[in-house]
Design a protein around this ligand. Structure first.
Ligand code: ZN
Length: 382
């Protein structure tokens, strides 16, 4: 067994099986174990939208993700700390990963002013000015009581030219050192570094080396699935995912669609998060083994069948497409609840099937079958 005593916080990451570059593992934290490859449902504002925490857990999620940016602005990290920390606040006992806010200050806030020191930005709630830097981001994540803390990074737009992306990557690496220094001052959580460098393999490689020099308990790939084609993302993963230390978890941030996840696991990634299953659920899109199904489409109005007749989730066992179409059209709250339930079930079942395929050394066969079904399209009309 491997123990890493950085920050006096024990972490045990065991690789149990491999199939090519793909790995099945277990990340053991004090609040519970995470079976990898893992999908983390997103609980941006301390709630996985439209779901009770016990249901998120019962669907197979070992960990969820919450957002530092949102929680620092509302209700504020000090209030959450006073009320016993984020786990107690939101009634979720299992591990929580918090992102650092680096991505959100760029994508959500109003005018932001960046320097090597940090980022000054306007809240997207009320326009008030705030400041975030590596030290402050780590302090907030510690106050929240996060189990996995992310370094504060600088996220350039993927449309920026190479020289800007290089500058942004170098700044992120300097901020990774500062994040680590702040992290080491107090107890609590694990710290993951974040690789940057856009679609440029040389920048990604430099970033990886610099992160490994600092030393983290896990490594993330940032700035991918932000609009670049899937084959470009896979090229970067081919070149860089397996360059991270074998005995540390690898996390592909903000990814993704089911076929992104399957392809990334094949290339050695262990952890994922994405708003897709929850957000799609609220906008009437079910994700299924036969691809997406838009429940708002009038073809479902008289359809007595479930979203997926082969799915064993609560929604598919009890509700017809006709009912789901009706409650979506009527703007009923249960529409978001039932659709999100199905989507999170689908994602967790996909991860479980991926883990089984790796254990049985049949990942390629699994992916071939997965792709065939995804491309087959929705059930034909009744
Ligand atoms: Zn279902």
């Amino acid at each position: 067994m491997l123990y890493f005593n950085l920050n006096r916080f024990p972490m045990d990451f065991k690789i149990k099986d491999t199939d090519g570059k793909a790995r099945v593992g277990e990340l053991i934290l004090s609040r519970g174990s995470i079976r990898t490859p893992a999908f983390m449902p997103v609980g941006t504002q301390a709630t996985v939208k439209a779901m009770f925490p016990e249901n998120v857990k019962s669907l197979g999620a070992d960990i969820i993700l919450c957002n530092t940016y949102h929680l620092m602005l509302r209700p504020g990290e000090n209030l959450i700390k006073e009320l016993g920390g984020l786990h107690k606040f939101m009634n979720w006992e299992k591990p929580i990963l918090t992102d650092s806010g680096g991505f959100q200050v760029m994508s959500l806030s109003g005018l932001s002013k960046k320097s090597n020191e940090g980022v000054e930005f306007q809240s997207h709630f009320d326009g008030k000015k705030h400041f975030l830097n590596p030290e402050y981001s780590i302090k907030i994540q510690k106050k929240l009581g996060s189990d996995i803390i992310m370094c504060f990074d600088d996220c350039a737009s993927f449309k920026s030219d190479k020289s800007d992306i290089a500058l942004s990557m170098k700044r992120s690496m300097e901020w990774a050192v500062r994040s680590k220094e702040e992290f080491d001052l107090t107890n609590g959580g694990l710290l993951f570094g974040i690789q940057q460098g856009g679609i440029y393999e040389d920048l990604r490689e430099e970033s990886t080396k610099r992160l490994i020099d600092v030393g983290f308990q896990g490594y993330a790939l940032g700035g991918l699935a932000v609009g670049e084609p899937q084959n470009q993302m896979f090229k970067i993963l081919d070149a860089s995912a397996s360059k991270f230390p074998l005995d540390k978890p690898r996390y592909l941030m903000g990814v993704g669609k089911p076929d992104d996840i399957v392809g990334a696991v094949l290339r050695g990634v262990d952890m994922f998060d994405c708003v897709l299953p929850t957000r799609s659920g609220r906008t009437g899109q079910a994700l299924t083994r036969r691809g997406p199904v838009n429940i708002k489409n009038s073809r479902h109005k008289y359809d007595y069948r479930p979203i997926d007749p082969d799915c064993n989730c609560y929604t598919c066992l009890n509700y017809s497409r006709s009912y789901l179409h009706h409650v979506f059209k009527s703007g009923e709250i249960i529409s978001s609840m039932l659709m999100t339930w199905h989507n999170l079930h689908y994602y967790q079942e996909l991860m479980s099937n991926i883990r089984d395929a790796i254990i049985n050394k049949k990942l390629i066969e699994f992916i071939n079958e997965f792709t065939k079904l995804q491309n087959s399209g929705d059930l034909s009309l009744i």
